[in-house]
Every structure is written in C-alpha cells, then in structure tokens.
Design a protein around this ligand. Structure first.
Ligand SMILES: Cc1cc2nc3c(=O)[nH]c(=O)nc-3n(C[C@H](O)[C@H](O)[C@H](O)COP(=O)(O)O)c2cc1C
Length: 378
C-alpha cells in the first residue's frame, strides 16, 4: 500500500517547494482540492472513526475534533475533498456579502520551510455570500459539518451575510477583522467592545444555529486586554465558541505588502499561550477552537490539555500533506490510551499528567518516545 505521508513528504512536497513559488503551489493545491476526482484514489487512507474522538461544540456533533481552517477553501468549493481527507469539519471562507476582487499583488505567500511556517498577505477575495449559498446547497450530501467564516466591512453587511448563510450551514464563524485588510477598509470597528456588543445584538436576533467568533491576535498588553474583554462580552451574549486566530502580523519586505500574517509552527507557542489565557479567564466556561501551528497529534494533544475543544489547521496541510487530519486523529487515540483518557472531552483543559509518572520531565520523555511510534505511519 502506498504510504501517503511518505509519498507526500518524500516526493510531492520537495517537487512543489523546489520548483514552484508558494503562491503557485497554493493555486495548484487549490485546483486539486476543487476537483475531487484527484481524491477518489485516496481511498487508501483508512477511516479514523472512533467514538472516543466525538465531540459536540455549540450543539454541533463532530465525528472528530480536527477542522480545516479558512483560507484554502475560500469559496466553499472543496467540501468533498476536505471530507475525504478525514477532517471532522471545515470552515470555508472568509466570505464577504458582496463580491470582493481586491487582493494584494504577488508575492502574497512565502515559505519559512526551516520553521514549517508561512507568511501571507492575502486579503479577503470572495465570490460573495450568494455564490457561497449556492455552493452550500450543493454540498449538503457530503456528510461534512460546514461552518462558513464571514468577514464583512460593515455591521449591516455582516448581518445580511449571516442571514443568508445561516440556514445552509451547521453554524457560522464571524471573523472580527482580517489583519491583511487595510484598517480604512472597515467602516465599522468590530474590535471596539461597544460595537462588538452591537454586532452580537444584531445577529442574535436571527440566531438559530451556533455562532463562533474569531478574535484577532494581539501583540501588546493593551491588545491582550481588549481581546479578553471581547471574550467576556461573548460569554454574556451567547457566543458558542471563541476561535484562537493563529496567525500573527509580522514585517516581511519580500511580500508585496511588506507585512503579512505568520502561520504554522513559528506561532504554536503563542497559540498555546492564547488558549491558556482564555481558558483561565473564562474558567473553561466557553468553548475554544484553536488554530495556529497544529501539525501533528502532539501539537493537538497539548492544545486540548491547555483547554481547546477542537483544533483547526491550514499550514499543517501544506507541510504534512493530505493525511494530516487522519494522522492527528490516529495519534490522538494512541496518546489518549497512553495517558489513560477515555474520551477527547476528558483531555480538554486537563493539563494533568498520569499518576504513574511523577515528574513533568518523565511525562515529556515518555510521550516523546511513544509519539515517535504513533505518527506518521501512513
Ligand atoms: C494563504 C492563507 C490564507 C488565509 N486566508 C484566511 C481567510 O480568508 N480567513 C481566515 O479567517 N483565515 C485565513 N487564514 C488563516 C488560517 O485560517 C489560520 O488561522 C492560520 O493560518 C493559522 O493556522 P495554521 O498555522 O494552521 O495555518 C489564511 C492563512 C493562509 C496561510
């Protein structure tokens, strides 16, 4: 049997990285994912259906807690491929109400291969909410949980996108602001606590399905306090989960915009810190969906122990290949066995070590040793 991870890392990835710019490889990857014919052959990936991985977030029952983060499937055209790759759910987007052709020129994406990371200055090109609605109607048969991510420039547009897409989705994610969009593109400051309450007030009038909110990352202490204030407002206003944003704004003179969003391994520690922060602030009372640098089951396991209820990834798919979601699921099951957890829900926020292992060092040593045997084996 072809071992898919080996094939991807040993052959496909070196070819893609060696001969194509990150922008071109991204376009090629998107083309392949839009045409599930390429994925019919991937029946060689065994299913990872195990009820220990089942989790419910905001009332949505997921077969596993590994989601496809927005960015790849901007226009809801890859649902079948994401399902075939074993993701428990997918987040197409970001989607704006109106068609949005605006984007930065290339180069828009660069690789930091030695850190298994990317930096991008992709804005929010969108075919609009009506196009997405049509795609969602066609995607109902794929047995896949779909949570589109909407990201608009005004309050009124946000509410219209919300109304249009909610009936066709399992839930909706509202992204508060794309760091790659110029500030003056926004006619409404979603990060202002007063405005944020107004937004929640407006969408709550129409809410029938779960709402998730994606925060923006922070750098300064003042920004961190703002994010925690928004989290508290979310709790009071019935938001079903907070999404840790993952990417972080950095300067990169080689990008056309000279500034971009760092994603992948380089921000993983920041992701863990964000999860712990929100978990502590809310005493675990709000669901956390974590993004940023999750590439394997160890990364995911630590995120769950810190307080995340699900993990989502984008850069990990590029570095690890199409079996990444299934590898994570398989690895999680083995780590749960090792640590004595009966379900993934038990792991969330546990931060605990098995009783038999006295010290943190012993735990880490054992986990690393076991980890080498759990992944990646396909
Ligand atoms: C090329 C690219 C495009 C992205 N586009 C979006 C987007 O449209 N909306 C969004 O919410 N996040 C977008 N993201 C961010 C990812 O969803 C994710 O939050 C981030 O990359 C961190 O996770 P990762 O380390 O697993 O990639 C994009 C990321 C990349 C690399």
């Amino acid at each position: 049997m072809v071992r898919l991870t080996g094939l991807y890392k040993g052959l496909v990835r070196p070819l893609l990285f060696g001969f194509l710019s990150a922008d071109m490889a991204n376009e090629l990857g998107q083309f392949a994912l839009r045409h599930p014919i390429f994925w019919k052959g991937i029946r060689t990936i065994p299913e990872t259906q195990d009820e220990r991985l089942n989790i419910t977030i905001g009332g949505i029952a997921l077969k596993n807690p590994v989601g496809a983060a927005p960015g790849f499937d901007k226009h809801c055209q890859m649902i079948e491929s994401m399902a075939r790759m074993g993701f428990g759910y997918t987040i197409p987007g970001s989607i704006t109400l109106n068609v949005n052709h605006k984007n930065n020129p290339k180069p828009r994406i660069l690789r930091y291969s030695e850190h298994e990371s990317l930096v991008n200055c992709v804005q929010i090109p969108s075919k609009g909410a009506s196009y997405t609605a049509e795609r969602l109607r066609h995607s109902q048969s794929f047995n896949m949980r779909i949570i589109p991510c909407i990201e608009d420039f005004t309050l009124e547009e946000s509410v219209k996108s919300f109304e249009m897409l909610q009936p066709l989705s399992d839930g909706l994610e509202i992204s508060l602001r794309c760091p790659n969009e110029p500030k003056d593109g926004y006619k409404f400051n979603f990060m202002d606590p007063h405005n944020y309450e107004k937004l929640l007030d407006a969408v709550n009038k129409h809410k029938t399905n779960p709402i998730f909110v994606k925060m923006r990352n922070y750098i300064s202490e003042k920004e961190r306090e703002n994010r925690l204030e928004l989290v508290n407002i979310s709790m009071k206003n019935g938001v079903d989960a907070i999404t840790i944003p993952g990417s972080l704004v950095v300067e990169e003179p080689r990008l056309s915009a000279k500034i971009g969003n760092l994603s992948g391994r380089a921000i993983y520690q920041k992701t863990l810190a964000n999860i712990r922060d929100i978990y502590q602030e809310t005493k675990g009372k709000i669901v956390i969906k974590a993004r940023g640098g999750i590439h394997n089951s160890m990364d995911a396991f630590e995120a769950f122990r810190a307080g995340a209820s699900t993990v989502e990834l984008h850069t990990g798919l590029i570095y690890e290949g199409p079996s990444v979601a299934r590898n994570i699921c398989r690895g999680l099951l083995k780590l749960m066995d090792l640590w004595g957890f009966k379900s993934i829900s038990e792991v969330i926020g546990s931060g605990r070590y098995p009783r038999a292992m006295a010290t943190r060092d012993a735990v880490e040593e054992t986990t690393k040793r076991v980890y080498r045997t759990v992944e990646p084996s396909m």
